[in-house]
Ligand binder design. Sequence first.
Ligand code: ADP
Ligand code: GLC
Length: 472
Amino acid sequence: MEIIHLSAECYPVAKAGGLGDVVGALPKYQTKMGHYAKVVMPMYHTKFLNTHEWDVDFKGSTNVNGWWFDFTVIKEKHNTLGFDLFLIDINGLLDRDSIYGYTDDTQRFCGFQIAFLNWLNHWQHKPDIIHCHDYHVGLIPFMIKYCYEYNRLNDIPTVLTIHNAQYQGWMGWNQSNFIPPFDSWKSGLLEWEDDINPLASAVKNAWKVTTVSQSYLEELRYNSNGLEALFEYEKGKCTGILNGIDDDVWNPETDKYLETNYTADDVEEGKQAAKGMLCKEFNLDAEKPLIIFIGRLVGEKAADLLPDAITSAMYTMQGNVNFLILGSGEPHVEWQLQQLINTFPGNYNSMIGYSEALSHLMYSGSDFLLMPSRVEPCGLNQMYAMKYGTVPMVRATGGLIDTVTDMGDAGGWGIRFLQASIGDIVHATGRAVGLFYDDKEALAGMRKHMMQIDNSWENSVHQYISVYQSLK
Ligand code: ADP
Ligand code: GLC
């Protein structure tokens, strides 16, 4: 099958979170299984752009309700990622340093979607599937069906994968001029609660909808930032498919960011080496249990609870625990997390920012990974942690339910708690600290067990292919 993935992110071209990881891996594994998967994304000014070679594939121009723009589609020359990668350049609109966060993001992503469909209109053949990821490309299923200009494409099946329903791309109707002329009788299919809602529109118009875990799919029907009734109504076309992890990037045996690679057989030595480096760099004590948090410092991840929870845990455990944080996000949370460095020197540290290299060292050199998320559609961090022999401490929600069991249950290996609250985080920390000091054998057993869990992409790819095939 020929599958086109449309996304705002794709690792290593441009990544802000798990969406990038998934779009960098899924097409590669689909290609390995004999399909022809391509990724089309906006051309940002990233390092990847400047360090790779490109061919110009297409040049076009378009006029949308008086908004004229030219665009260029470039293709990476050497198939470096294991699939064909196309970037769309719209001068001044997409070629920016960051992926998101601009006041004209609505126009940017509308322009991207329009340019893509204009390009597709010029193809001699049609792809088998257009696979849209998240709201940034959520207007595609509607535009293909109801924009007059793209009539020729309206029999191409579209699939939407929801990585995160918190963000929906709301646009006022005064921005409807960013959408090419369409059958106005269908405008209800763009809308949710009086706004144009690209995510809701994609759920209504895509032929099939998937989300990145089964538990999150169920949760959407009672907790989806206003779209609950829509998910209840459309449940028949929705499927939950758990993400996998890309073994080429996330594998302690081959990880290029680690000085000492390791497997389940020498996990203790391997982790000790990484922990030593980490503790030296961040002024921590390698003899104490090290709990890490990596991620966006936002409400969904319950990052706002971290400063107080860490303070409380530190006093409760009488300093017999270390914390290390890597992330960026809400400024007041960043500030509070920086302040704690002075409050608990030698026991706590944080790096505010983004570092792929440090994240690999942290998954490897820590004992526990904390994820108290309020919302977690799948979560990749816990899967990476397990692969590196690090015990996840997770709030039982979304994909965290589907990937982590509790060590108190037969055959269990992680620490689960029910509430995104300071009390639950401190209690979970107590269990982690107890395990570390009092039951080294159980901890070692868990590490070996977790490292052998199969969270590879192969299984998920089969499920995606079945979804596509059901549309033929
Ligand atoms: P989300 O996509 O909601 O942010 P996921 O758990 O799916 O959450 O994926 C997060 C991804 O982003 C992981 O690859 C994680 O290692 C990475 N990540 C998040 N924050 C940072 C950071 N500050 N530095 C490096 N990597 C980060
Ligand atoms: C989103 C979700 C995260 C998921 C990722 C990849 O960003 O917040 O839980 O793992 O997408 O699907």
